[in-house]
Design a protein around this ligand. Structure first.
Ligand code: C2E
Ligand code: MG
Ligand code: MG
Length: 562
C-alpha cells in the first residue's frame, strides 16, 4: 500500500472506530456511509453481518441478517469471520468481491480483517444490548414492564417536568369473564389491542406498562387525561387476526396528577399512590375511575385506624349478638332467628354496615364470625340448660372463610365445645362470584349438611345472582332478599311482583325452604302468603333484639298475624 492509500485507510478506520465509540450519537445512515467508503476502498461488492442469539439458532438459521452494503455486482466471499460471545451469541461477517476487479493483496486482506473484527465486536455488543434491553424492560409477552415505567418516570423527573404529567394504574374489567367467553388466545389479542389503543392515546411523551395479569400502569401528559379516561370507560377492540370481531374493554383506574410541589425521592412514590387509588376504584360503589386525593388517603388511614380499633374491640369483648326472629306466618310462631352482630363502642351501638366491609378487606372478619358463633352457641347452651325452648339460630359467615380448608372442623369445634345439638345451628352464606370459591362453597355446604347443620343462601337476588348457586349447591334454605319483595306501592303486574312470585315458586319446587327478609308491612305479609312463602323475617315482627329481649320472645314464641 502506498503512503497515500495507507493514510486513507487509517482515516477510514478512525471514522469507523469513532462512530462505534459514540453510542449516544450513533447514526446508522452515517455509519453505513463509512462502511460503504471502506467497501469502495477495498473494491468490495457486498458486506453481510449476521447475528444469532445462540449457536443452535445459528444452526437453524434463525437470526438477523443485515446487508450493510451491496453494489449489485455478483461476487464471491473473500474474507469471513465468525465470533462467539461469552453468552454464546454468534456474530458473523462475510465480505464479497466480484471477479472483474483487482484482487486484494495479502496486506489488504489483513487490514480488512482487522476492520471486520472490530466491526463484529461492535455488532455483537449492540445486538446484545438490544437483547438485554428486551429482557430487562419488557415482560415475556413483550409488554414494557415496571422497569420501563421507572425509567420513563426518571427521565421526566430529570427534565423537571413531572407536574405536566398524570399517572394511572388500571385493571381491565371482567377480564376473567372475557377469557372464558372468547378464549385465552383471543382475549390475549384483545388485551394487546387495548394496550395499543391506550399506548397510542398516551403518545410519544408517555408510556403504558404491564404490571402483570390484567394490571397496567401509565404516565401521560395532563391534557390527554380526558381522552384516556374515555378509553377506560370502554372502547371496542378487535380480537381476531382478520380484524372484524370487536369486544368492548373497559378498565377501573386510579389516577394521580402529579402536583407542582411533588418531590420524587423514589419512583415508588408514584406507583404506590396509583396502585392504592386503583384498589379503591376496584371496590364497588366508588366508580370506575378514582382520582388520588389526600382525602382518599385519609379515608384509608381512617379505615386502618378503625381496623386496629376493631381488633382491640374483639380482644375486649365489645361485640354483641342481636337476634332477629324468623316467623311462620301461618301460625305466628317463632321458628328461628338470625344472629346479627353489633359493636358496643363507648356506650354507643355501631351497626355492622359500618365495620363489616372494613373487616372483609382482611381476614379479621373470620375472627369476628367465629366470635359471634361462639356467643350464639354459648346462648343456646344457656337456654337449653335453663329449660327454655330454643330455636334454630342462623349465623352469617363471610365468603372469606372459603379459603379455610378446615372450615368445617373449625365450625364443629365451637358447636361441639358447647354441646349444642347440630339442629340448632344454621349457617348463612352469601353468593359468590368466583369459580374457585363456588367449588369450595359447594363442598362446605355438603359437609355441613352431613353433620345435620342447616345451610342458607343469604341475600338471594342481590348482586350478580346466578341460578347456578341454587342448582348446583344443595342448600336447605333460600333467603330472598328484601330487594325482591314488592313494596306496597308495587302493582301485581310489576316486574318485582312477577319475579318475586316466580323466585318463591322456583325455590319451593327445588325443595328449598323459602324465607323472605325485610318484611315490614301487612300487605307484604299478604304477598308472602299469596305466593306461599311461609317464613318471614322483618321489622313487622321484630327488629334484631339484644339477647335478654329475645329470651322473652322465646318464653312466649308467638305473634298475632292478621
Ligand atoms: P343480612 O345477613 O342480610 O341481615 C339482614 C339485615 O337486614 C340485618 O341488618 C337486619 O337488621 C336487616 N333487616 C331485617 N329486617 C328488616 C326490615 O324489615 N327492614 C329493613 N330495612 N331491614 C331489615 P344488619 O343487622 O344491619 O346487618 C347487615 C348485614 O351485615 C347482614 O345482612 C350481614 O350481611 C352482615 N352481618 C351482620 N352480622 C354479621 C356477622 O356476624 N358476620 C358476618 N359475616 N356478617 C354479618
Ligand atoms: Mg344474613
Ligand atoms: Mg340477608
Amino acid at each position: 500500500m502506498d503512503r497515500q492509500r495507507t493514510d486513507r485507510y487509517y482515516q477510514l478506520l478512525e471514522q469507523m472506530v469513532d462512530a462505534m465509540n459514540d453510542p449516544e450519537n450513533f447514526n446508522r445512515d452515517h455509519f453505513i456511509e463509512i462502511l460503504t467508503d471502506i467497501a469502495k476502498f477495498f473494491r468490495l461488492s457486498k458486506g453481510v453481518t449476521e447475528f444469532y442469539k445462540t449457536i443452535s439458532q445459528e444452526k437453524i438459521g434463525d437470526g438477523e441478517v443485515l446487508i450493510d452494503f451491496d453494489d449489485g455486482s455478483e461476487g464471491r466471499p473473500i474474507v469471513a469471520r465468525r465470533l462467539v460471545t461469552r453468552s454464546m451469541a454468534v456474530v458473523k461477517g462475510t465480505l464479497y468481491q466480484s471477479d472483474n476487479v483487482e484482487p486484494l493483496t495479502d496486506e489488504e486482506k489483513h487490514k480488512l480483517d482487522i476492520m471486520l473484527r472490530a466491526l463484529l465486536g461492535f455488532v455483537s455488543l449492540n445486538r446484545l444490548q438490544n437483547a438485554v434491553e428486551r429482557m430487562g424492560f419488557f415482560d415475556e409477552n413483550n409488554y414494557p414492564n415496571l422497569r420501563s415505567f421507572k425509567r420513563a418516570i426518571e427521565a421526566i423527573n430529570v427534565r423537571h417536568a413531572l407536574s405536566e404529567y398524570t399517572s394511572a394504574c388500571f385493571n381491565l374489567r371482567h377480564f376473567t369473564l372475557i377469557n372464558q367467553e372468547i378464549g385465552r388466545e383471543k382475549a390475549d389479542l384483545a388485551m394487546r389491542n387495548y394496550f395499543l389503543l391506550i399506548t397510542s392515546l398516551v403518545g410519544k411523551d408517555g408510556i403504558v406498562c404491564r404490571m402483570g395479569g390484567d394490571n397496567f400502569v401509565a404516565i401521560f401528559k395532563n391534557e390527554l387525561t380526558e381522552k384516556i379516561k374515555d378509553a377506560f370507560l370502554g372502547a371496542p377492540v378487535f380480537y381476531d387476526e382478520s380484524n372484524d370481531k370487536r369486544i368492548q374493554i373497559s378498565a377501573r383506574a386510579g389516577l394521580f396528577s402529579i402536583p407542582e410541589e411533588f418531590i420524587l425521592e423514589h419512583y415508588g412514590f408514584i406507583t404506590e399512590k396509583i396502585i392504592s387509588t386503583a384498589l379503591i376504584a376496584r371496590q364497588d360503589g366508588n366508580g370506575p375511575i378514582v382520582k388520588y386525593e389526600n382525602a382518599l388517603l385519609e379515608m384509608k388511614e381512617k379505615h386502618m385506624k378503625l381496623q386496629a380499633k376493631i381488633s382491640k374491640a374483639l380482644d375486649n369483648d365489645e361485640f354483641r349478638v342481636y337476634y332477629q326472629p324468623k316467623v311462620d306466618i301461618r301460625t305466628g310462631n317463632i321458628v328461628g332467628a338470625e344472629a346479627l352482630c353489633r359493636w358496643e363502642c363507648d356506650g354507643k351501638i355501631i351497626m355492622p354496615g359500618e365495620f363489616i366491609p372494613i373487616l372483609e378487606q382482611s381476614m379479621e372478619i373470620c375472627r369476628l364470625d367465629f366470635h359471634i358463633l361462639d356467643l350464639v352457641c354459648r346462648d343456646i347452651r344457656r337456654w337449653l340448660a335453663a329449660g327454655r325452648k330454643a330455636v334454630k339460630i342462623s349465623v352469617n359467615l363471610s365468603r372469606k372463610h372459603l379459603v379455610d380448608v378446615d372450615l368445617l372442623d373449625h365450625i364443629l369445634e365451637v358447636i361441639d365445645r358447647y354441646e349444642v345439638p347440630h339442629r340448632y345451628i344454621e349457617i348463612e352464606f352469601t353468593e359468590t362470584t368466583s369459580e374457585v370459591a363456588f367449588t369450595q362453597l359447594k363442598q362446605v355446604v355438603m359437609a355441613l349438611q352431613d353433620e345435620g347443620i342447616y345451610t342458607a343462601v343469604d341475600d338471594f337476588g342481590v348482586g350478580y345472582s346466578s341460578l347456578n348457586i341454587i342448582r348446583e349447591i344443595p342448600w336447605n334454605v333460600l333467603k330472598i332478599d328484601k330487594c325482591f319483595l314488592p313494596e306496597d306501592s308495587d302493582k301485581k303486574s310489576s316486574n318485582t311482583s312477577l319475579m318475586y312470585t316466580h323466585v318463591v315458586s322456583m325455590g319451593r319446587d327445588l325443595g328449598l325452604e323459602c324465607i323472605t327478609e325485610g318484611v315490614e308491612t301487612l300487605k307484604q305479609v299478604e304477598t308472602l302468603r299469596n305466593c306461599r312463602c311461609y317464613f318471614a323475617q322483618g321489622y313487622i315482627f321484630d327488629k334484631p333484639l339484644p339477647a335478654h329481649e329475645f329470651e322473652k320472645r322465646l318464653d312466649n314464641p308467638h305473634y298475632d298475624v292478621p
